[in-house]
Design a protein around this ligand. Structure first.
Ligand SMILES: Cc1ncc(COP(=O)(O)O)c(C=O)c1O
Length: 364
């Protein structure tokens, strides 16, 4: 897996163009940087002007903290009581949405002589994490007693900003702004109000507020087919022809003999399989690129290998490079195309490329 960090910096540049100089950018590097490697991607984002990093779990934030002692790191998943000590010790910025945990944070912060920044998440339409809008003001009133906690931020997450119809996204924004106004009525102002994921960065400028949280676009992937012109995909997955063989007409290929050669064919074995994230659903349904030519995947994808028909690739040889995903020498296998074949989204493709494939970083 080759990850181009110059592409990541370019994509952060696109976010900056969209949101202007004042808005904070919180780069989402959860799930090991969407499969690209959280630490190198985070470094590239910070170099390119990101103001904060976001992950889902305290454990992911702890890994980042080792490398980035000064970075601001927001943790999305609501803090659990068992994580309070680590979170405060590591100066993380947790999401806190229940009073019991908040009091623990307050106590831990007091013991360490700190004031801890936290964010409140409001559930305006995902029905996932976050406090219900009607409970937010009461929560903040009660939270006022915690003197070692600073509610730096308040946020919400869009369910459908990637849709062409933004009616529901606008309804979420209105709900969110209503909650912020209600809490302002209590005399509490948040320094960072944030809602926008990649799709909203691109499609909903009125949602940019004080900070945006782009994820998929910083990896150069489109949040939706109609959004994301000019992004540079950062990930390229390459393999090689491990074995090349000429087989006669009628020869079956792979488990279940689901493919049978219709003529004498050149079959290439590629050492990547579903255990690496090359999904079995691609069996007989997708292609790779060898020497600039498309070569269909033939037969079932195995755990560690799959086969491609390279009969029509002039001069093909054992050891030839195989482009699996991404861009190389003017050729492209977009994650979006692979996702389309599998009935899924590009997010699932890149996060599914397993850790056992070494990552090589270029453009550092
Ligand atoms: C809370 C939150 N904010 C921001 C993002 C980034 O979303 P995207 O990758 O669509 O930009 C995510 C990822 O799903 C998220 O869970």
């Amino acid at each position: 897996v080759v990850v181009n960090l110059e592409a990541v910096r370019h994509n952060i540049g696109i976010v900056r163009q969209r949101v202007g100089p004042q808005c904070h950018i919180a780069a989402v590097v959860k799930a090991n940087g969407y499969g690209h490697g959280a630490v190198p991607v985070a470094r590239a984002c910070l170099e390119a002007g990101a103001d904060m990093l976001c992950v889902t779990l305290t454990a992911q934030a702890a890994e980042l903290r080792q490398q980035f002692p000064e970075a601001r790191i927001l943790v999305f998943s609501p803090l659990s009581p068992s994580e309070v000590q680590a979170s405060v010790a590591l100066d993380l910025t947790p999401t806190v949405e229940d009073l019991g945990t908040l009091e623990l944070v307050d106590r831990e912060a007091a013991a360490r002589g700190k004031v801890v920044k936290v964010h409140l998440q409001v559930d305006t339409g995902m029905s996932r994490t976050g406090i219900r809008p009607e409970e937010a003001a009461r929560f903040m009133r009660q939270a006022g007693q915690c003197r070692h906690v600073d509610f730096e931020g308040i946020y919400s997450h869009f369910a459908s900003a990637d849709s062409e119809d933004l009616t529901f996204a606008r309804r979420q924004m209105a709900l969110f702004n209503g909650v912020v106004a209600e809490i302002a009525g209590l005399g509490v102002e948040f320094h960072l109000r944030h809602m926008a994921n990649s799709a909203a960065v691109l499609a909903l400028p009125e949602s940019h507020l004080d900070m945006v949280r782009p994820g998929v676009m910083i990896y150069g992937l489109k949040p939706a087919p109609h959004l994301g012109e000019g992004l540079e995909p950062a990930m390229t997955v390459l393999s090689h022809i491990l074995k090349l063989k000429t087989v006669p007409a009628g020869t079956p290929v792979s488990y279940g003999c689901t493919y049978r050669c219709s003529r004498q064919q050149e079959i290439a074995t590629v050492p990547m399989g579903y255990a690496d994230g090359y999904r079995r659903g691609l069996s007989n349904r997708f292609h790779v690129v060898v020497r600039g030519q498309r070569a269909p995947v033939v037969g079932r994808v195995c755990m560690d290998m799959f086969m491609a028909d390279v009969t029509d690739v002039p001069g093909v040889e054992q050891g030839d490079e195989v482009l699996i995903l991404g861009k190389r020498d003017g050729q492209c296998v977009p994650a979006e195309d692979m996702a389309g074949r599998l009935g899924t989204i590009n997010y699932e493709i890149v996060t599914g490329i397993s850790r056992r494939i070494p990552r090589l970083y270029v453009g550092a």
